[in-house]
Design a protein around this ligand. Structure first.
Ligand SMILES: C[S@@+](CC[C@H](N)C(=O)[O-])C[C@H]1O[C@@H](n2cnc3c(N)ncnc32)[C@H](O)[C@@H]1O
Length: 446
């Protein structure tokens, strides 16, 4: 297999909006499981890097190409982008190899007549790479947008909300590749035993921040190839996501409803907390999504989760005042997880954020009725957009019979702050050592 050709396929699929990058890449890695570890690493880096740096790569190409990136044929555009990424960021590949492979690939894809164009642009860039200047720093929106490949509208918004220093911290954090965080399935194994088993296979294991029982692993080839994964000894889950469950303050015997539950990360952790005497009603929009929850529950050996297909925006009379704890981990703009789901930044717009805020409000106003008087509602998103987070909290409290509850009892000392006392926590990339995430907690008045 030619790794560059595989990468090109994924990049074209993602750019056409047919699939999210992390899914398109996973599909290819699953399909070609026999690839060598090094080949998988090269393919992953090439796809992720080319997507992450797209705005900067286009800025470079536009300085050397007579045909601007926007006007190029999709195949040629993606070949140039991934080649410039290799020239700029992958020192292990010689420049001449980058150019030759790009030309071969263009020909193979039926663009024989453009071989000279591809070759000319790339050799010119390779010769002048050291001279290319970013936009001037005194134009912070353009400068930061190109330097970190973030759309200008997002940079502008963050500069207003967070100021220059914090915005730059967050932007650079999206490029730091954190190890994978996992939650140990304590019903089956202790963190220490799992650590020992993984280390025996030369996998690096360290404690994750904030929570016992969360580990970070690094240096494995393919998750599905690990016996420990297949045996359900752990679940992939960021600490930010685990914190939403910690904050819910679930007790043994509680009945929980998770209205947007797939693939089940939080539902399964809730189920561990309620124990066999309690239960979790895990719902999602489609049969496919419900299947993901069932697969994970089966792998982890969790039996107290009931999975169903339900639209959270449609009222369900049978659930009225049934939940001790209701989790509303709602669809959102996802700007806290850009390091894992890179292409979200090119797909999201202000209008979509507005639509998501409306959807979140519609779901919250439907599902709040399922909470028992005195019960708890936890609202969470994986974004850092105030409209979907703090503004929704204020809106919710002013429309429904709930009060905000301090999170401090459920949080490690380090995370306690003025806002956690007021009932919400905003985790920010680069500021906190985990995904960007938002969690708010409310109690229903009696
Ligand atoms: C942020 S994800 C949930 C992640 C999940 N709680 C976990 O921890 O694994 C949001 C989920 O909401 C689901 N969803 C979107 N709209 C929905 C709706 N109207 N009703 C139910 N689920 C919905 C999506 O399918 C997606 O699985």
């Amino acid at each position: 297999m030619d790794m560059r050709e595989l990468a090109l396929g994924v990049l074209l699929e993602v750019s056409a909006g047919e699939e999210y990058s992390h899914i398109a890449l996973r599909n290819v890695l699953d399909k070609y499981q026999y690839l060598e570890k090094q080949e998988r690493a090269f393919l992953t880096r090439l796809v992720e890097g080319t997507l992450e740096r797209r705005i900067e790569l286009d800025y470079i190409i536009d300085q050397f190409s007579s045909v601007k990136v926007k006007k190029q044929k999709p195949v040629i555009r993606e070949i140039l982008r991934m080649s410039v990424y290799q020239l700029k960021y992958m020192d292990s590949v010689p420049d001449s190899a980058v150019c030759n492979e790009a030309v071969k690939l263009a020909q193979k894809k039926g663009f024989r007549q453009l071989k000279g164009f591809v070759n000319g642009v790339l050799r010119n860039i390779a010769r002048n790479l050291g001279e290319i200047k970013l936009p001037p720093e005194k134009e912070p929106v353009r400068y930061l947008s190109v330097r970190y490949s973030m759309p200008e509208w997002m940079v502008r918004e963050w500069l207003t909300l967070y100021g220059r220093e914090q915005t730059e911290t967050m932007l650079s954090a999206f490029y730091e590749k954190a190890p994978l965080t996992i939650r140990v399935n304590k019903n089956r194994i202790s963190p220490a035993e799992l650590k020992a088993r993984l280390e025996a296979q030369d996998i690096r294991v360290q404690a994750a921040p904030y929570l016992d029982g969360a580990l970070q692993i690094d240096g494995f080839d393919y998750l599905g190839g690990l016996n420990e994964f297949r045996e359900g000894l752990f679940q992939v889950q960021d600490v930010s996501s685990m914190l939403a469950v910690e904050i819910a303050g679930v007790k043994a015997g509680d009945h929980c409803i998770d209205v947007c539950a797939a693939p089940g990360g939080k539902s399964l952790y809730l189920a561990e907390k309620t124990g066999e005497t309690g239960s979790v009603d895990a719902r999602d929009l489609t049969e496919y999504k419900a299947g993901l929850i069932r697969d994970n529950a089966e792998r982890l050996g969790v039996t107290n989760v009931r999975v169903s297909v339900k639209d959270a925006g449609i009222y369900d009379e049978a659930s009225k005042e049934k939940a001790d704890v209701l989790l509303a981990d709602l669809p959102c703009s996802g700007l806290g997880v850009l390091s894992k789901k890179t292409d979200i930044k090119y797909r999201m717009s202000k209008e979509q954020q507005q639509e998501l805020q409306e959807l979140q409000r519609r779901i919250l106003s439907t599902v709040e009725a399922y909470v028992k008087p005195g019960g708890t509602l936890v609202y969470s998103t994986c974004t850092i957009n105030r409209g979907e987070n703090e503004e929704n909290v204020r809106w919710f409290l002013s429309h429904f019979p709930y009060q905000a509850v301090s999170l401090d009892d459920c949080l490690p000392e380090k995370l306690r702050s003025e806002t956690t006392k007021q009932g919400y926590l905003q985790l920010l990339p680069g500021v906190h050592p985990c995904d960007g995430f938002f969690i708010a907690k409310f109690r229903k008045k009696n």
